[in-house]
Design a binder for this molecule. Structure first.
Ligand SMILES: Cc1cc2nc3c(=O)[nH]c(=O)nc-3n(C[C@H](O)[C@H](O)[C@H](O)COP(=O)(O)OP(=O)(O)OC[C@H]3O[C@@H](n4cnc5c(N)ncnc54)[C@H](O)[C@@H]3O)c2cc1C
Length: 291
């Protein structure tokens, strides 16, 4: 199939893009790498009379790193995030999740901002943003606001972005001290969306007590999730007192929105999700304890 007819806009600046978004409202959709939007248009799952292509706006491209944060411009392509040595050092989880996103050709076109704005519940970046306490920087004509990851993902492929808003960058705080990070996911083939997956960040103090934990789940429900109960349970305990399988079970306990589809029942997903948390937890704690 081919997409329905649309008008293509290629603004020369962010300001121009924001003016277009204000003027066109619900009739317009932002186009970044097109790796999710174009297939949806081609299959006519979505129809928009206007596309605003932000893919050439240099202001939205690139990575800045300072003492406190890693800031990724919205149109920075996944493969740049994957290869950037500064990101590997300052936000290792970002580097580690990226190779799980589709295949290299997709990561060369797909953007970090597009993935976050698309909010696929099986996407790796949304879960990593949740676990790391990222903040989204969002602009509309004449205003800017910051939205924490925990408020950003509001439903299936839905976010806190309003139609006239553009995601301009994402701030990932740097986790200091003895920290470790890991991702584990189960998919039928490498490059497929995960059936269930988990990302973990953990920080230990000098006495091996857990002072910070972020556990993100993806592929499990209609949104990416944060396993807040499991996180709260481990804070203040020494890592040797924490059983990874128990943390896995606690992370999926009480989830009432677990997906059941041709890849597996809800019960199967819960089991796989728990196993992925346990695996990622062990790896992250191992890294933190050796830091
Ligand atoms: C075969 C295949 C396999 C894939 N596998 C995976 C996978 O395993 N894991 C995974 O996470 N993803 C996967 N993807 C999706 C891929 O990561 C997409 O690139 C990503 O989800 C969207 O990024 P994009 O830049 O292509 O955005 P687009 O497709 O251009 O846009 C996606 C959505 O985000 C909105 N948007 C984009 N940028 C902005 C912005 N700056 N401000 C506001 N709204 C914006 C668009 O309006 C649209 O609604 C796969 C894609 C394909 C085709």
């Amino acid at each position: 199939m081919k997409p329905a007819v649309f008008a293509y806009h290629a603004p020369a600046s962010v300001e121009e893009a924001l003016d277009l978004l204000r003027e066109l409202g619900d009739d317009a959709k932002v186009l970044a790498g097109g790796q999710s939007l174009v297939p949806m248009l081609s299959m006519r799952l979505s129809v928009f009379p206007h596309l605003i292509d932000v893919g050439n706006l240099g202001e939205l491209d690139g990575i800045r790193i300072d003492e406190e944060r890693v800031t990724v411009g919205a149109i920075t392509c996944d493969s740049l995030v994957e290869r950037d040595a500064g990101v590997a050092d300052a936000a290792p989880l970002l580097s580690r999740v990226t190779p799980y996103i589709g295949h290299l050709a997709i990561r060369n076109r797909g953007t970090l901002g597009g993935s976050i704005a698309h909010a696929d519940p099986a996407g790796e970046y949304p879960a990593a943003a949740l676990a790391l306490d990222a903040e989204m920087v969002v602009r509309s004509a004449g205003s800017q606001r910051r939205v924490g990851a925990s408020e950003f993902f509001t439903g299936l492929w839905s976010t806190a972005l309003n139609p006239e808003e553009l995601l301009v960058e994402v701030d990932f705080p740097r986790w200091k001290g003895r920290s470790g990070f890991a991702v584990a996911e189960h998919a039928r083939r490498h490059g497929d969306f995960a059936i269930a997956g988990a990302v973990v960040g953990v920080t230990l103090d000098a006495d091996d007590r857990i002072v910070r934990a972020g556990i993100g789940l993806f592929g499990m429900a209609s949104t990416p999730l944060r396993a807040s109960t499991a996180e709260a349970d481990v804070i203040g305990r020494t890592y040797t007192d924490c059983d990874s399988e128990q943390i896995g079970h606690l992370s999926v306990e009480g989830l009432d929105d677990v997906v059941a589809d041709t890849s597996g029942s809800a019960q199967y997903r819960r089991q796989v999700g728990a196993a992925m948390v346990a695996r990622a937890w062990s790896e992250a704690v191992n890294e933190a304890s050796n830091a």
